[in-house]
Design a protein around this ligand. Structure first.
Ligand SMILES: Nc1ncnc2c1ncn2[C@@H]1O[C@H](COP(=O)(O)OP(=O)(O)OP(=O)(O)O)[C@@H](O)[C@H]1O
Ligand SMILES: [Mg+2]
Length: 123
């Protein structure tokens, strides 16, 4: 198992989320974070004073999947998060030792399977 950790622009999230859902990966976590990349800060004038903002708002997306699914997820992120401008973000792949579904006590890969469509509660 691997955790894919992506730092992306907010606008990139919806197309990634909807593609991953369609591909059978509905489970993920998102957090609003601030970060800095390799650029120097962006300097703006505020009431005559120059202020440099080193931190930019980003979304952090975490998604744990089986090793064989990593490339699918990464490809989706790269496709939808790339604008070509600096600040498009980064993707990291982190090894995951174990996983438990709390409700059932299942562990390992079983915890990562999406529901079959017929198992879903009526909407
Ligand atoms: N090495 C890193 N460790 C943790 N977070 C990072 C790292 N690099 C980038 N990030 C996160 O990703 C965000 C976007 O990074 P960014 O796209 O600016 O990277 P970059 O290396 O400067 O590339 P680019 O030249 O395309 O801007 C950062 O604001 C930060 O939240
Ligand atoms: Mg940058």
């Amino acid at each position: 198992m691997k955790m894919i950790v992506a730092y992306i622009r907010h606008e990139a999230f919806e197309p990634i989320r909807s593609e991953l859902l369609n591909l059978g990966f509905p489970s993920l976590s998102v957090a609003e974070v601030k970060g800095s990349g390799r650029q120097k800060g962006i300097t703006e004038k505020y009431r005559g004073a120059e202020l440099t903002n080193y931190l930019r708002p980003k979304l952090k997306v975490e998604c744990v999947v089986d090793d064989g699914d990593v490339q699918t997820i990464v490809d989706s992120i790269l496709t939808h998060a790339r604008t070509g401008a600096v600040g498009d973000g980064k993707v990291f792949i982190v090894p995951v030792e174990e996983s438990y579904r709390i409700r059932t006590g299942e562990s390992g890969s079983e915890t990562l399977q999406a529901h079959a469509v017929e198992d879903l509660p009526p909407s």
